[in-house]
Design a protein around this ligand. Sequence first.
Ligand SMILES: Nc1ncnc2c1ncn2[C@@H]1O[C@H](COP(=O)(O)OP(=O)(O)O)[C@@H](O)[C@H]1O
Ligand SMILES: [Mg+2]
Length: 347
Amino acid sequence: MRNKVIFFEVQGGNDKGEDGYRKDTMPMVNALKERGVEAEVIFYNKAREEEIYNYVSTNGIAYVSRINPGNLKEEECYFNMLRRLCDEGVIGMPHPDAMIGYGSKDVLVKLTSTTLVPDDTYAYYNMNEFKHQFPKSLAYGERVLKQNRGSTGEGIWRVQLVDSLNGEEEAPLDAHIKCTEAKDNHVEFWRLGEFINYCEQYIVGDNGMIVDMRFLPRIKEGEIRLFMLRDKPFYVVHKKPAETEDAFSATLFSGAEYRYDTPEQWSNLVQSFLNQLPEVRTLLGNYDLPLIWTADFILDTNEAGEDEYILGEMNCSCVGFTSQLELAHDVAEEIIAAIKEKTLTVS
Ligand SMILES: Nc1ncnc2c1ncn2[C@@H]1O[C@H](COP(=O)(O)OP(=O)(O)O)[C@@H](O)[C@H]1O
Ligand SMILES: [Mg+2]
């Protein structure tokens, strides 16, 4: 009988607690068991993939994916196995293509029709596109270039022209530019053409791409992370970059300060995001919303002079809550609710 909730993890990596699992996994498993739902953890291992697939497709009602892609060499194989499980009727939390869709940096260009992302946001998948568009974007104003891989501000560059242009619509390739990396807010000076070539490393290889978006100066006021369980916001992390001159990074390593708020303290943001969530879901392929995910926002000012919240990125494959373990009970309730919704619509 299919009745188990399977948590997928992978062995190793620095995100594990003393029991070898991610610190919040066993609290979720136990919270399900307390509610009479069978649950267990399985370590994904490519060598045992068929065995795992057979076991889960026979016994699993749902899976919860808890694998940080950085810890997995065979991501493509893992996603293919999840796809097969979803095709077999196992409830995917989330579906692998939702994980890819929400989690990739180019999610931004898919959402330009909402107010969450400025229209002039681009994604480059090859050097030609990058060389063609980026000098034009930069002529218009300061930009942020984002690589797709990693999540520590590495390969996230704020790019500014050192000298203003004389009305040209395209910055020349020998223009001097100032580049600040979000990893540690360090500054490098480059010629535009040379920097474009340097960024080729972010485009080549699996999942390579660069997203080019407007620099939002109100990042100084902080980045606002909404922590979501499906369609419900649970808490907000306000991440304020260091006060130093070039600082724009909200990562801990770069010296940003974190504060934990309630969603009620950010009701404008929450309302605006929840109103647009059905459209976001449609634009991203109509998958069920991820079980545990985050959306990061930066303040901007619209033409009417009002505050607007711009989406910077979303994460849904490695989100955890190591410091608020009581959330495990809320997660368990959401898992049960998701299963009920699915099984009611099927039968
Ligand atoms: N458009 C932007 N304007 C201003 N700052 C930005 C912008 N995009 C990103 N940042 C800053 O850069 C940091 C890293 O970018 P992010 O897209 O979150 O990548 P990562 O996956 O490395 O966290 C953010 O936390 C934020 O401080
Ligand atoms: Mg980030």
